[in-house]
Design a binder for this molecule. Structure first.
Ligand code: ADP
Length: 153
């Protein structure tokens, strides 16, 4: 049975922190599917198609990495794509508390899916899509913090 992990997130936009988590996880899994959330109640800065295309461009040379948009429950999408693992990154203790609740609830919902956490590399711990969106809104240079494929105007 192949080891498929789903890395779910908003990726609004994908950052060097996300890229770090994904590339460091490649040895753990046969395939990593980056699941780009499309939640009707969330206000994204970037359209779904841009978020997906930027990730595809960033990982075009990685045959193990796939990108798919999804909505609905993450565990339902896991079943659909046969992912037995959810991959998430941890930067801080605040991330830990937030992620703990989600991972434990996901495990109640679907026993066959385990969440695997990768600790952020120290240099990427302050990098978040939220802060990057703030930099962009205020006319700062966010380019050093986003993945290669992200095209900011
Ligand atoms: P969500 O909207 O689900 O929080 P994000 O796109 O913000 O989605 O993040 C997806 C995952 O990537 C989360 O597990 C988050 O903790 C992790 N992550 C985000 N930034 C970093 C970073 N700089 N280092 C490590 N993990 C990160």
């Amino acid at each position: 049975m192949s080891r498929i992990a789903l890395f779910p997130g908003s990726f609004d936009p994908i950052t060097i922190g996300h890229v770090d988590v994904i590339t460091r996880s490649l040895d753990l899994f046969d395939k990593i599917i980056i699941g780009v959330g499309n939640n009707a109640t969330k206000n994204y800065m970037f359209p779904l198609q841009d978020r997906v295309d930027w990730i595809k461009d960033s990982f075009s040379e990685y045959h193990q990495v796939e990108v798919q948009a999804y909505n609905g429950l993450t565990v339902d999408f896991c079943k659909k794509v046969h992912a037995r693992f959810i991959l998430r990154g941890l930067r801080t203790s605040a991330d830990f508390e937030f992620e703990r609740a989600i991972a434990q609830m996901n495990h109640y919902l679907e026993r066959g899916v385990e969440t695997v956490f990768i600790l952020s590399s120290p240099q990427y711990a302050p990098v978040s899509s939220t802060i990057i969106r703030d930099i962009i809104r205020n006319g700062g240079n966010a380019a050093p913090f986003v993945a290669d494929g992200v095209k900011l105007k």
